[in-house]
Design a protein around this ligand. Structure first.
Ligand code: FES
Ligand code: FES
Length: 175
């Protein structure tokens, strides 16, 4: 946070400074109270105020999917929602997908096995989106996976291996 903003007690804040609100977020099972401007996006709250930098900022306006997280099990672009709107939600980021014992999520393992990334910038969003896709249960075919993952852009063009990685986990689940 801007130290100039932080140093003012709320009651003494000059009108030129943005208002600060107390917002409680539950992220990866832990509740945290943040003092943030009401227009702070969930993405910025995660990255700038909670140090959860696994969630990436690509476009910051809903075009790339790099910022995908799970809210109550559903995938959303965290750049398109305000943190204050998610106070009663269970938010899961890439940092929270591994099991409590530290084992990787099956999709994380599969992305490694299938070599489904190059620079890795899009990968947290791809994996969170794939978890959401599987929760939705609508993808039945390879073409469905391609279509339903089309909101997640990969500038490195790792699409073929990303789809293979997701399909492997879906097949394991259905076996
Ligand atoms: S950073 Fe949110 S969709 Fe691109
Ligand atoms: S792995 Fe580089 S953008 Fe997807």
């Amino acid at each position: 946070m801007n130290p100039a903003i932080e140093s003012y007690p709320l009651e003494q804040r000059p009108p030129s400074l943005p208002p600060i609100h107390s917002v409680k977020l539950t992220v990866n099972g832990t509740e945290t109270e943040l003092q943030i401007a009401p227009w702070t996006s969930l993405l910025d709250a995660l990255r700038e105020y909670m140090n959860l930098t696994g969630t990436k900022k690509g476009c910051d306006h809903g075009q790339c999917g790099a910022c995908t997280v799970l809210v109550n099990g559903k995938r959303i672009n965290s750049c398109l929602t305000l943190a204050i709107m998610q106070e009663d939600a269970e938010i899961t980021t890439i940092e929270g997908l591994a099991s409590t014992g530290g084992g990787l999520h099956p999709l994380q393992t599969s992305f490694i096995e299938r070599d489904a990334f190059q620079c890795g910038y899009c990968t947290p969003g791809q994996i969170c989106s794939a978890v959401g896709l599987m929760n939705e249960g609508k993808a039945k075919t390879t073409a469905d996976i391609r279509e339903l993952m089309s909101g997640n852009i990969c500038r490195c063009g790792a699409y073929t291996n990303i789809v293979d990685a997701i399909e492997d986990v879906m097949n394991q689940k259905n076996a």
